[in-house]
Design a protein. Sequence first.
Length: 97
Amino acid sequence: MPSQMEHAMETMTFTFHKFAGDKGYFTKEDLRVLMEKEFPGFLENQKDPLAVDKIMKDLDQCRDGKVGFQSFFSLTAGLTIACNDYFVVHMKQKGKK
């Protein structure tokens, strides 16, 4: 039976391939669909209508319109870090009450 971390790694890998398909990378439209389906709260809280375009620009290091697994992992890691930061601040504020 896989551990929670192994399951999380498996989920990330399968999620990438679900949206990347056989081509093995995301286009901007693939990234938009992924963000809408897998990170709806993130997009709902964005005030910038060009958020996905900016994320794509940041992730597409080669400027070829493709985002591979490594960049996808960087995105999910960055979002996870932001969630942790929010959690830590929220827990500190909750402890002060």
